[in-house]
Structures are given as C-alpha cells and as structure tokens.
Design a protein around this ligand. Structure first.
Ligand SMILES: Nc1nc2c(ncn2[C@@H]2O[C@H](COP(=O)(O)OP(=O)(O)O)[C@@H](O)[C@H]2O)c(=O)[nH]1
Ligand SMILES: [Mg+2]
Length: 352
C-alpha cells in the first residue's frame, strides 16, 4: 500500500504534467497560427527580422530558441555562446558578422514560407555616434552587399582612414537594397545587464526616424531567469521601454524570455523540448508577425527610387535648338506675310 507522502508526490507530478500539457497545447495553437498566417500572406513570409544588441545579450541564443520552439527540437542554428570571436576583430574584440537565417533557420522540408531572422553580432555601445548610426543605417536598410562583413565598415573608417561621409558614398542604396533591408528590428538586452546601452538604442531609433522607411522597433529581454528576483530588473525594463519609445505599447512590442542555452546557464536548457520556454518565445514571434507591424514607406517608392536622372548636356542643347527653330519659324511666318504685316498695306501709304 502506498504511503500518504507517495500519493501526494504522485499527485503533484500528475498536476505538473497536466500543466505542461496545457502549455504545450497553447504552444501548438500559436505554432499553427504562425504557419497559417505566413502561408496566406506574402508580406509576412518576406519579413526580415534583424536582432540588434550588445555582445552577449543572447541574440544567437534567441535565433536557436525560435527554431527550437517552432520545431520542438533543439539544434544549434546560430553560433551562440562564443560571441563569434573567432570571426571578429581581434583588436577591438568586436564581432560584426551578419547572418541571415532564412525560414527562421528551420529545415525547409518541414517548414516553408517563414520569415528570415538576421543575427547581427554584438554592436558596441561606446562607439562614435555618427559612425554607429551610419553602420546601422547601412545594415538596416540593406545597403551592405551580401557576404560583406559588417566589420569591413569599421575597418574602412579606422584602418583605411576614411570618413563617415565616404562610408555613405561607398555603400549607396541600390536596386538590391530593398530586398536585403530589415522590415522589423528587435533590440535585444539581457535581463542581468549591468548597464543600459543607451547610445546604441539612441542610434537605432535615430536611424529609423530618419530612414526612408519607418520600421517598427521591438524590445526583447533575454535571460529572464537571471533576474527573476533582482531588484534592479524593473528599472532595466523601464529604461529599455522608454529608450526604444515603447511606452504604452509594451503589450504589442515587448518580449521577456528565457532562451535555450548551453552549459553556461544552469541547468543547461538543451537539447530537450521545454513548452514553458517555448510559450513566451512563440507569443513574441506572433507579435513580430502581426500584419500591423509592417514597414511603412515614408514616401512613394517612385518618389525616391525611380527618380528621373538629370537631363544630359546634349539633351539640353537639343531642347534649346528646337526652341530656337520654333521661334524662327514663327517670326518668319509673321514677317513674310505682307497682308498681315503692319506696314505691308501699300494702299494706305498714299492715303493723303
Ligand atoms: N541564463 C541564461 N543564459 C543565457 C540565456 N540566453 C543566452 N544565454 C547565455 O548567454 C551567452 C551569450 O549568448 P549569445 O546568444 O551567444 O549572445 P549574442 O552575443 O548576443 O549572440 C551564452 O553563453 C548563452 O548560453 C538565457 O535565457 N538564460
Ligand atoms: Mg551571437
């Protein structure tokens, strides 16, 4: 016969399993909704969601977590945990690579038609504001050619001695930019962060405010597990919300999550499937895919992109010659017709 203690333990395990099943059911409903919406709407599957934030904020872990939450199995889609140092700039310690994860980094055989995630590794907060803004503008508005390292932009200025203006000229807007540009921005900050990267946030909001298209900015707080009982957490959250201009819209534009991560987080959260982690991640992904959150053109596309080139010198000369010829024809017509000439009426000449 089982003891009272065993029975109550069994009951607790049972209720935990029930709760987990309920959470998984909710997750499944959201997964299906996301897939159906993307299948139906071209605009949603064409979305390019760029993750911006300081190094170590959890951007790559979030890419892996979205893939895990959607597919119900973990795989290392993005290189997380290394800060990508192997591919970065050894001197500055800044890693600036841009990786596109088509179809949210998921295998196309199982999932099709999902948006693209762009993992922009570690931008510094203590960089010159004008340079930071230009780099962000090049990256966000798709002016960085494919396979070009983001670090090359900093090298162009610091190593090759060029100015920010030269950077603008070197990476102009092209016909391809529109396909490579971000359609929404997620600013990622870890909940246990010691400081709020205000300059970086300001640079992002300024670029978006002045850019050709208005792109929605979302806030994402990662590593929520590390700040659950921290007193400083509400302050960090408030700073993120106000710096990104999300006051009053946190329900539609802010996510707070724990990510799937490596042995650095205790206990390590992979390779199993955790509905409790998935739910907030899927809810946030659904916010990102809300049709209302699309990029809005500030001006009609024809206004900027298809502007007519200025007329060439030859063209101007040609127009001038036509004008002179026309004037000459009119003058000739007027003066060569004696009946209409004011002094051409001979009968009036002897009129005394
Ligand atoms: N405790 C905890 N650690 C996390 C979480 N997300 C990421 N990490 C850890 O934070 C470190 C940096 O993450 P990474 O995704 O590489 O950051 P990135 O530089 O912004 O791409 C890694 O060691 C991760 O395992 C989380 O939600 N909780
Ligand atoms: Mg990374």
């Amino acid at each position: 016969m089982s003891s009272k203690f065993e029975t109550s333990q069994a009951a607790q395990a049972d209720s935990e399993e029930n709760t987990e099943n309920e959470i998984e059911e909710k997750c499944e409903i959201i997964r299906q909704r996301i897939i159906e919406k993307c299948e139906k709407q071209l605009d949603l599957r064409q979305r390019r969601i760029i993750l911006i934030g300081p190094p170590g904020a959890g951007k790559s872990s979030f890419v892996n977590s979205i893939a895990a939450a959607m597919s119900k199995s973990f795989s290392m889609v993005a290189e997380a945990g290394s800060f990508g140092d192997s591919r970065g700039d050894a001197e500055s310690g800044i890693t600036l690579y841009l990786s596109d994860f088509l179809n949210l980094g998921l295998e196309e055989s199982k999932f099709d038609d999902l948006p693209t995630l762009i993992d922009l590794t570690g931008l510094p907060n203590n960089e010159r504001l004008d340079l930071l803004q230009e780099v962000l503008s090049i990256v966000i508005y798709g002016r960085l050619p494919e396979n070009e390292r983001v670090q090359a932009l900093f090298d162009f200025v610091y190593r090759e001695g060029n100015g920010v203006k030269d950077l603008r000229l070197k990476y102009p807007e092209t016909r391809e930019s529109r396909d490579l540009e971000a359609t929404c921005i997620v600013f990622v900050l870890n909940a246990d962060s010691d400081n709020v990267p205000e300059s970086l946030m300001k640079a992002v909001t300024t670029v978006v405010m002045n850019g050709p298209r208005q792109i929605r900015i979302f806030g994402l707080i990662t590593k929520k597990d590390l700040a659950e009982n921290e007193e400083g957490y509400p302050r960090l959250r408030e700073a993120l919300v106000s710096n990104l201009g999300l006051v009053g819209v946190t329900n539609q534009r802010l996510g707070e999550v724990k990510c799937y991560c490596d042995a650095n987080c205790q206990p390590p959260r992979q390779p199993w499937h955790y509905p409790a982690l998935d739910l907030p991640i899927l809810e946030f992904l659904e916010l990102l895919l809300d049709p209302a959150n699309r990029a809005i053109d500030r001006q009609k596309p024809s206004g900027r992109r298809l502007r007519k080139p200025p007329m060439s010198w030859n063209g101007k000369m040609c127009l001038l010659s036509i004008f002179i010829a026309l004037v000459a024809v009119i003058l000739f017509a007027v003066f060569s017709n004696p009946s209409k000439h004011p002094t051409g009426n001979k009968g009036n000449n002897s009129g005394f």
